[in-house]
Design a protein. Sequence first.
Length: 82
Amino acid sequence: SPSPKSLLQLLFNARDSEDGNKALSHVELRDEAKTFLLAGHETTSTWCYWACYALAKYPDIQEKVFRDVRQACPSGPVTLAT
């Protein structure tokens, strides 16, 4: 079978380690999906916090990042349409 391409496919294909034939229940699938969603949100928000802190602490690096972004996006802000 082809390899799973998403978290949900992995969860649907998951089997109990003690009983290799038992799939996750609907409640277990829901709980696992919620765990991944919340864990991903927390790590992303923590990374954003530290990135902002580091840029504020080191204005020379902040200026370099700003120049790099302006060079990559010379026409202005990036939108969903671009």
